[in-house]
Design a protein around this ligand. Structure first.
Ligand code: AOF
Ligand code: ZN
Length: 370
C-alpha cells in the first residue's frame, strides 16, 4: 500500500518536472528538453529546466533555485526527466552536482540514449549510495524528447513531415493556388511546429511559387528555426522571403547553379551555400541529412512541396507526420500531397499509426507515426 502511494507521489512530482522541461522545448537543440524538481519533507524546494545548449542542465538549475531560496538540499529527493549526465560536454557532469549536494534519492523518468551517459549516470549515483529509481512516466519523457532520441540513435535529424491538405488529399489547385487550405487555428499550430523544430525545409517548387518566409510568427517564440532550401539550379529569386534577414538559411545547390547568383548569395551573412553531387538529377536524401546532422540539426520539419515529401516517403525516411485536413474538396485536377510511389498492392501501402487527433476548427490535425 505504502509502495503504491509512493509511486503515485513520484508520478505527481515527475509531472511537475516534465512541466518544467516543456518550458525549454524547442530552445535546447541539439540537447534535449529536461526538467528537474527537488523535494524535501514533502515540499518542493527547488525546480529548474535546461534553457539552451551551453547553459546549465536542469539539475544544476534546480539546485541553484533551491540554494537561492536558502533551502538545505541535504537528504532531499530529485525528480529529473532524463538521466543525469556523467560526462564533460559543454557543461560539467550533473552527477557531480547531485553527489556534492548530498541528495539522497534520485527519481529518473528515462535513461539518456547518449552513449556517453546511457545508464552510466544512474550507476555512478548508485555507487555513491544514492537511491535511484528509473522509469517513472517514462513514455511521456521519451515523447517529449522524441527528436533527441532519434538524433542520437540514428545519427541524423528527426524527420517530421508536415502536410496541410483537403479531404481529397490535395495541397493546391491546378494553378498552384493554396492560400489558404487550412484555417487560422491550424496555421497557428503549424507555427508551433516550426518553433519546436531546429530547421524547416522546403524544395524549390514551394520556395518559388509560395514565397514562404518559414519563420515563426503566429506563435510565441524566442528563436527562429534555420531555413533549409533544396534548389539544385538556384532558381529561387534572390528577393524571395526565404533569403531575408529574419533568419538564417542553408541552401543546397549543385554544380549546375548559376555562378553569378551564387556569388551574390555568398555575400549575405545569413546565407550558407552547400554544394552536393547529383545522382540522376537529384540530391540523395542521405547527403542532405548528413550535412544537416553535422550542423547539429536535431529536428527537421519538412514543409513541402510534393516532390520533396514524396522522396522522403519513397526512401522510408520519416519519423513523424503532422497532417492538417481541411473540409474542402479540390478534385483530381488539383495537386496531390504525395506524388508517385509506385505502390501496386494495397499491402505495400506506407502504414502509419494515429497517435493523436485534435480539432482545430474548422480543420482537424492528425499526429501520425510510422
Ligand atoms: C542532463 N540534464 O538538463 C540535459 C542533459 O554539452 P552538454 O554538457 O550540455 O551535454 C549535452 C548532453 O547532456 C546531451 O547530449 C544529453 O546527453 C545530456 N543532456 N543531461 O543531465 C540536462 N540537457
Ligand atoms: Zn547534465
Amino acid at each position: 500500500m505504502r509502495l503504491v502511494q509512493l509511486s503515485r507521489l513520484d508520478e505527481k512530482l515527475m509531472r511537475l518536472a516534465l512541466k518544467e522541461a516543456k518550458k525549454g522545448k524547442g530552445y535546447t537543440h541539439p540537447n534535449p528538453a529536461v526538467g528537474a524538481v527537488i523535494v524535501k519533507n514533502g515540499k518542493v524546494i527547488g525546480k529548474g529546466y535546461h534553457k539552451k545548449a551551453g547553459m546549465p542542465h536542469a539539475e544544476r538549475e534546480a539546485i541553484k533555485d533551491a540554494l537561492s531560496k536558502g533551502e538545505n538540499i541535504e537528504g532531499s529527493t530529485m525528480y529529473v526527466t532524463l538521466e543525469p549526465c556523467c560526462h564533460y560536454g559543454r557543461t560539467p557532469p550533473c552527477t557531480e552536482a547531485i553527489i556534492d549536494s548530498r541528495i539522497k534519492r534520485v527519481v529518473i523518468a528515462t535513461l539518456d540514449p547518449n552513449p556517453q551517459v546511457a545508464g552510466k549516470g544512474a550507476e555512478i549515483l548508485k555507487k555513491q549510495g544514492i537511491e535511484v529509481i528509473t522509469g517513472i512516466l517514462e513514455n511521456q519523457a521519451k515523447k517529449l524528447n522524441e527528436d533527441f532520441f532519434v538524433y542520437i540513435q540514428k545519427k541524423r535529424p528527426f524527420v517530421h513531415i508536415k502536410i496541410a491538405q483537403t479531404v481529397d488529399g490535395k495541397i493546391a489547385t491546378q494553378t498552384g493556388s493554396s492560400k489558404w487550405i487550412t484555417g487560422e487555428k491550424a496555421r497557428k499550430y503549424a507555427h508551433r511546429l516550426r518553433k519546436e523544430a531546429t530547421a524547416v525545409l522546403v524544395g524549390v517548387g514551394t520556395a518559388v511559387k509560395d514565397n514562404p518566409e518559414l519563420t515563426v510568427r503566429n506563435f510565441p517564440s524566442k528563436k527562429q528555426p534555420l531555413r533549409v532550401l533544396i534548389d539544385k539550379n538556384l532558381k529561387t529569386p534572390l528577393d524571395h522571403k526565404i533569403f531575408n534577414k529574419k533568419a538564417k538559411t542553408v541552401v543546397f545547390v549543385s554544380e549546375l547553379a548559376d555562378r553569378g547568383k551564387i556569388h551574390l548569395l555568398k555575400k549575405r551573412s545569413n546565407i550558407q551555400l552547400i554544394t552536393l553531387p547529383l545522382y540522376e538529377g537529384r540530391f540523395l536524401i542521405k547527403d542532405v541529412l548528413d550535412s544537416l546532422y553535422k550542423m547539429e540539426v536535431m529536428h527537421l520539419l519538412i514543409e513541402g512541396g510534393k516532390d520533396v515529401i514524396t522522396q522522403f516517403f519513397k526512401e522510408g525516411i520519416y519519423d513523424k507526420v503532422s497532417l492538417f485536413v481541411a473540409p474542402k474538396i479540390i478534385g483530381e485536377d488539383g495537386i496531390s500531397s504525395v506524388g508517385v510511389l509506385n505502390i501496386k498492392d494495397i499491402s505495400e501501402a506506407l502504414k502509419l499509426q494515429i497517435e493523436r487527433i485534435k480539432k482545430l476548427e474548422p480543420d482537424i490535425y492528425l499526429e501520425l507515426y510510422p
